[in-house]
Design a protein around this ligand. Structure first.
Ligand code: GLU
Length: 458
């Protein structure tokens, strides 16, 4: 057997990663978001392949980058005017070596194969990082819930589930919410699944209502978890949320509970947004007004200024990054912070970024934060709290019991601390001390790769 020098090992790792990446791009043309997510992870893995040639021998990277399967289906439904409408549904079952496919469903007009594949791919490593037995999957539709009546949302969602039910189950694939899919949609999906299956398989979906198998603290989990993660990053430099100025983009489920936890920890959160624009409230946001607008009335964030006239509303959501902050939590959607927005945040003195959304910072923005030594918590670690509590919901469903809010929240806090520790340790071990992007990617990957090798070529 020939032993490679470390320089040769490095070159062979680089060329392996590059050739698999080129294959991914060739095999999945026109899928920019999927390529971006793959590139971000692949680049971090070179040091792993340089010291673990067995991963190259088993061609682990190519196996992981190819989903187990992708299902695409027609979703016909009838709108309130009696028109027959057609949307497209997706479920990507990406990887199941650690457990049943697990990941949300997104309803948004931008949903296409590239978006669900990038989300499903990220989900593999995120779910691995939680330390829980869950594989990676994602789904969705290009249906736009904005402006639709409850009846339209129900008919669409029932039609969506009438096809999706064939592919999911408590031990095979467990969907949950994401953008455009909250308690209302999960309720409709659960009802339709139960009706078709003729039995109550509580663990088939997570994010359910508390009255029928949902977990306390699931609603809060992604936002709270993101803040718990950022708390750990800040503590590493002797900093905290107390008396800091925070900007949180979005005003959906992740944002609302990130704002809530940051406020509980003594921060002043001055801005949030929706896809139309952002509000700036110099005295600190009034969260009850936002919850009423977004969770109850389903209105636009612009209306916040009616209740709080001192707040300023600005059209266009990207302007939110011009608001000076100590901590920025992008919790809206992918690629909402580009290099220009990152440079603006840096110029205004930002100290920490916690990605509450999936892939909200593009590769150039991450590079800018890292060059300036801004603390950076990558999505697959920082927003893993949501799926982690989903796994706790599955556990409670299997045991047919329910934990208290405090129990679930304490477990979530512990999980986020552990994720932070795993990222720090992995970065350190491979010579990238303090780089949580590399740490998260490596720690998430190694567990999946080892399990894949143990399970053979399947
Ligand atoms: N959609 C969330 C995510 O991106 C949650 C998924 C889940 O709870 O399964 O992780």
């Amino acid at each position: 057997m020939t032993t490679l020098t470390s320089a040769q090992a490095q070159t062979s790792a680089e060329s392996y990663v590059q050739s698999v990446y080129e294959n991914v791009v060739r095999r999945n043309p026109h899928e920019a978001e999927f390529h971006q997510a793959v590139k971000e992870i692949f680049d971090s893995l070179v040091p792993v392949f340089a010291v673990h040639p067995e991963y190259i021998e088993h061609n682990i990277l190519e196996r992981i980058a190819e989903p187990d399967r992708v299902v695409t289906f027609r979703v016909p439904w009838v709108d309130d005017e009696g028109n027959v409408r057609v949307n497209r549904g997706f479920r990507v079952q990406f990887n199941s070596v650690l457990g049943p496919y697990k990941g949300g469903i997104r309803f948004h007009p931008s949903v296409n194969a590239s978006i669900v594949k990038f989300l499903g791919f990220e989900q593999i490593f995120k779910n691995s990082l939680t330390g829980q037995p869950i594989g990676g999957g994602k789904g969705g539709s290009d249906f736009d819930p904005k402006g639709k009546s409850d009846g339209e949302v129900m008919r669409f969602t029932q039609s969506f589930m009438t096809e999706l039910y064939k592919y999911i189950g408590p031990d095979t694939d467990v969907p949950a919410g994401d953008i455009g899919v909250g308690a209302r949609e999960i309720g409709f999906m659960f009802g339709q699944y139960k009706r078709i299956r003729g039995g109550n398989e509580a663990g088939v979906l997570t994010g359910k209502g508390i009255g029928y198998g949902g977990s306390l603290a699931r609603k809060e989990a992604t936002g709270y978890g993101c803040v718990y993660f950022v708390q750990e990053m800040l503590a590493s430099r002797g900093l905290s949320f107390r008396d800091s100025t925070v900007v949180v983009s979005g005003s959906g489920n992740v944002s609302i509970y990130a704002i809530e936890k940051a406020q509980q920890l003594g921060a002043k959160v001055v801005a949030c947004s929706d896809s139309d624009g952002y509000i700036y409230d110099p005295d600190g946001l009034d969260l009850e007004t936002i919850k009423q607008l977004k969770e109850v009335e389903r209105k636009r964030i612009k209306e916040y200024t009616l209740a709080r006239p001192q707040a300023v509303y600005t059209e266009g959501c990207s302007g939110i990054w011009s608001v000076p902050s100590d901590i920025a939590l992008p919790c809206a959607t992918q690629n909402e912070i580009d290099e220009q927005a990152a440079l603006l945040l840096i110029e205004n003195g930002v100290k920490a970024i916690g990605e509450g959304a999936n892939m909200p910072c593009n590769l150039e923005a991450i590079g800018a934060f890292q060059r300036e030594d801004v603390l950076f918590g990558p999505a697959k670690a920082a927003n893993a709290g949501g799926v982690a509590v989903s796994a706790l919901e599955m556990a409670q469903n299997s045991m047919r019991l329910a934990w208290t809010f405090e129990e679930v929240d304490a477990k979530l806090h512990e999980i986020m601390r552990n994720i932070y520790g795993r990222c720090v340790d992995a970065a350190e071990r491979y010579g990238y001390s303090g780089n949580l992007v590399v740490g998260a990617n490596i720690a998430g990957f190694v567990k999946v790769a080892d399990a894949a090798i143990a399970q053979g070529v399947v």
